[in-house]
Design a protein around this ligand. Sequence first.
Ligand SMILES: C[S@@+](CC[C@H](N)C(=O)[O-])C[C@H]1O[C@@H](n2cnc3c(N)ncnc32)[C@H](O)[C@@H]1O
Length: 321
Amino acid sequence: MLESFKIADLGCSSGPNTLLFVSEIIDTINKLSKQNSNKTQEISVILNDLTKNDFNNIFSALPSFYELLKKNHGYEFSRKCFISGVAASFYERLVPCKSLHFVHSSYCLHWLSQVPENLENKEHIYMSKTRDPNVFNAYKNQFYKDFSSFLTHRSHEILPTGRMVLTLVGRESPDPSEDDGCHVIELLAQSLLDVVSQGLIKQEDIDSFNLPVYHPCKDEVKEIIHNENSFDLEKLEVFECDWNPHDNDYGDGDYNYKFDKKQRGEIVANSVRSIIEPTLVPHFGELVLDNVFKSYEERAIDHFETGKAKYINLIICLKKK
Ligand SMILES: C[S@@+](CC[C@H](N)C(=O)[O-])C[C@H]1O[C@@H](n2cnc3c(N)ncnc32)[C@H](O)[C@@H]1O
């Protein structure tokens, strides 16, 4: 039985989901340690995100989080959980050698470290819908480089037989021009063009903008893990979920409420905005974004009618060799 358990959540963000993951994992460790012995384990949790993440928001939520731990698990247990933050890119080293038992990351690894260099991708903001193999290869190579370096850095940090669970947005088809799962970005490109026709931004602004995002398919991920060679792939599952998360009935909530078309459009436009806005503002400015996402909302309403408003998720479980 380990005396202390060290985990990291990479790309933790600073919203309500941040401490949700921590709380789930602390509950699980506490349950397991009670089953195996009655000794309370120490738990160290490292929360990582980029330097611009609002770590103050996380830290100011900690006193009430510790109160909750105390209420649910007792004073002694709450004193044995140590939460800290590391502000840096996960495409670099984050913690000392062999210092982690478990690494988690959700909805982050489809974000590249940068837009591929020397990209010629006029009128598009991503590789989907483009039939140009050069654009596809540039994005694919950047993902190959980034995901390999992520695995290599983590391989130094994770103890032998330690695990990683990674969830990222991907695509189902190996053919990138079939935009399954990537339509969420295609709608953004169309909404930006709507704002060009309103005269609020210039076509050249779109020509010079590309998103640093890549949605890999299962085989690409497998190939990188195999070639990088630090981890055994224990599980890789592909699953779909609805653009409107409230449309997913996992059987554990009250999903009887039916959203009307407008509400679904608003939910999707707001959630895409919350994720992508920081990337758009430096290029297009803040003032045009209300128009962009108003148009997004309308386009999303139409897209729901096709029945194809789904994300493709890849969930990967890896064990350090
Ligand atoms: C969509 S949020 C996911 C938040 C949370 N993990 C969840 O599942 O709700 C993606 C997060 O990844 C972070 N991120 C993107 N690239 C990163 C990198 N290279 N290093 C660390 N964090 C990164 C972003 O800053 C953002 O907070």
